[in-house]
Design a protein around this ligand. Structure first.
Ligand code: 6CS
Length: 338
């Protein structure tokens, strides 16, 4: 009798330990982003989720833009361990990690999309130097990827720096972008995303920059008159995990996460190319009065001249560390040409 009671107790304990064990293994991870599920960051996140869920018992809960606040809020929540994954672009991370502002040195990134994706995939600056800098902020950098060519959108026509005189131009909240648009001749106005549509509508600002898919999906084309490609930049974003969470996982789970990020990268670099072309066509159809122009090399020259000044400013802001990253990026970009 006694023996059977002990064995019942042991079985119960052992059984519940097994249950706890399996419940702890099948976790639900929270992942927030700066865009909607149908946008580029959302497509990456959905592919990432699909891979994790198809290859493990874990589930991913996605939080698109607006559900948990602005970009700065989701970063804070990730650093605090409330979220396990976050997508935040260097446009905002630049205020936390100054070296990430290197992505705003004008005319550094190429327009050729194959070269660009090779760079993001193979760059030592990204996979070694930036990984260490993000780790210092409690973040495991999983992937950086492009979201499309930046277009300047304005109320008045734009054919060179002179046309930006007196234009209050919204930029994401990092100091180098402010310097960049000063060098371009505008009056830079850093704002979180949530304020941009209203500020354009009420004429508090008269310009901003973003890729075509975003101009369409957010309806921004409704409150501007001109879309101008100056060739000055590509939108870059980054997906990362809370580092304590990531370091606490076993090797197999970390590999699963790395693989999911790689699968999502391949899918998303193709998706963004298509989405930017498709949404630009939709703007052409829905808003035929909005002009879409690419500046000639001669028209771009004042922006190109300003780039040198911005590069110097970047080095002034980030010192020897920033200079080394910039040089490494230039080498990586050269290597990505072939
Ligand atoms: O300009 C911005 O703030 C936003 N642009 C894009 C393409 N994604 C998210 C970001 O918040």
């Amino acid at each position: 009798m006694r023996k059977s009671l002990v064995s019942v107790a042991l079985t119960t304990l052992f059984g519940s330990a097994l249950l706890v064990g399996s419940a702890a293994q099948a976790a639900t991870w929270k992942y927030a982003m700066e865009e909607a599920l149908e946008d580029v960051q959302g497509v990456f996140a959905q592919k990432f989720k699909e891979h994790i869920e198809a290859n493990s018992d874990h589930t991913i809960q996605l939080f698109p833009y607006g559900t948990l606040g602005e970009s700065a809020d989701i970063m804070e929540q990730t650093q605090a361990g409330i979220l396990q994954f976050v997508d935040q672009s260097p446009g905002f991370t630049g205020s936390l990690i100054p070296e990430a502002q290197v992505f705003f040195v004008p005319y550094l990134l190429p327009q050729d999309q194959d070269q660009l994706s090779r760079f993001f995939k193979e760059s030592k600056a990204i996979h070694e130097d930036f990984e260490a800098l993000y780790a210092d902020q409690g973040l495991e950098l999983l992937e950086m990827f492009p979201e499309g060519e930046m277009a300047m959108t304005t109320k008045e026509p734009l054919a060179g720096c002179d046309d930006l005189d007196e234009v209050k131009f919204r930029v994401m909240t990092n100091p180098l972008l402010v310097e960049s648009y000063k060098a371009f001749g505008a009056t830079p106005t850093p704002l979180p995303w949530g304020e941009v549509y209203g500020a354009l509508q009420t004429n508090i600002i008269q310009g901003q920059e973003n890729p075509a898919f975003w101009l369409y999906s957010t309806g921004l084309y409704e409150v501007i008159n001109h879309i101008t490609y100056t060739g000055h930049n590509q939108f870059t974003t980054a997906v990362m995990a809370n580092k304590d969470f990531y370091d606490g996982l076993d090797d197999e789970t970390r590999q699963l996460i790395e693989d999911a990020a790689d699968v999502a990268f391949e899918h998303t670099v193709e998706f963004q190319k298509m989405a930017n072309e498709r949404e630009l066509d939709k703007i052409r159809n829905d808003a035929p009065d909005v002009t879409i122009t690419r500046l000639s090399e001669e028209e771009q020259s004042c922006f190109m001249e300003a780039a040198k000044q911005v590069e110097d400013k970047f080095i002034e802001m980030t010192g020897e560390g920033g200079k080394a990253i910039l040089e490494q990026m230039k080498k990586d970009l050269e290597a990505a040409k072939s």
